[in-house]
Design a protein around this ligand. Structure first.
Ligand SMILES: *[C@@H]1O[C@H](CO)[C@@H](O)[C@H](O)[C@H]1NC(C)=O
Ligand SMILES: *[C@@H]1O[C@H](CO)[C@@H](O)[C@H](O)[C@H]1NC(C)=O
Ligand SMILES: [Cu+2]
Length: 184
């Protein structure tokens, strides 16, 4: 009977943490419908795009570009300013659309290494804050997709934590509480 009890408690905890995790991330489609291109108005385009957004650890950036026309490379600030690939962080992603999960806090810099695209303004600077800076006491926003398209490559957006999942989690939690009382 003890084994059963542990199993119930464990699944309840696992599901609860799953629900918690999926509630936190946001998918940001860089430039929204503009995608990842050389903007007609230069670098200000992506500055404006990033301006009113909050990026947090666990969020995903989607660089939407045509494979073979552009790429994405994360670099350090000096290379971002000078538009070169010298201080690269990792390797360039050549296949579009490219999804990049933000795993660390601080400033993140991305450029396109094709021709003079970066000089033309195809560069993105964002500041990533800690996941825990979400206002306590308020419900975190559900996993959502920025921008008007509402779709990600492949067209699959993980559903927001549904009330049925939450219900299942609370059901299992109550079940384990009951089991504790009965089998103790
Ligand atoms: C972030 O972490 C995920 C999962 O560990 C990994 O797949 C991904 O490559 C990481 N992203 C970056 C930009 O390091
Ligand atoms: C990427 O761009 C294509 C062509 O403009 C568009 O059809 C698609 O919806 C875009 N994908 C995303 C995630 O915005
Ligand atoms: Cu480019």
């Amino acid at each position: 009977m003890d084994k059963m009890l542990y199993m119930i408690v464990f699944s309840a905890l696992a599901i609860t943490s799953m629900v918690h995790d999926t509630a936190a991330q946001t998918v940001h489609v860089v430039g929204d419908t503009m995608g990842w291109i050389v903007p007609s108005n230069g670098a200000v385009a992506y500055e404006n795009w990033a301006d009113d957004k909050t990026f947090r650890v666990g969020d995903t950036l989607v660089f939407n570009f045509t494979t073979g026309r552009h790429d994405v490379l994360q670099v350090q600030e000096t290379s971002f300013d000078g538009c070169n690939s010298q201080n690269a962080i990792g390797t360039a992603i050549m296949t579009g659309p490219a999804s990049i999960t933000l795993n660390s806090t601080g400033d993140h810099y991305f450029i396109c290494t094709f021709g003079t695209h970066c000089q033309g303004g195809q560069k993105l600077e964002i500041s990533v804050s800690d996941d825990s800076t979400r206002t306590p006491g308020t419900n975190p926003p559900p996993r959502s997709v920025d921008g008007p398209t509402g779709s990600v490559p492949g067209g699959i957006v993980p559903p927001p934590p549904s009330s049925s999942t939450t219900l299942l989690a609370s059901f299992l939690l109550s079940l384990s509480a009951i089991a504790l009382v009965i089998f103790h």
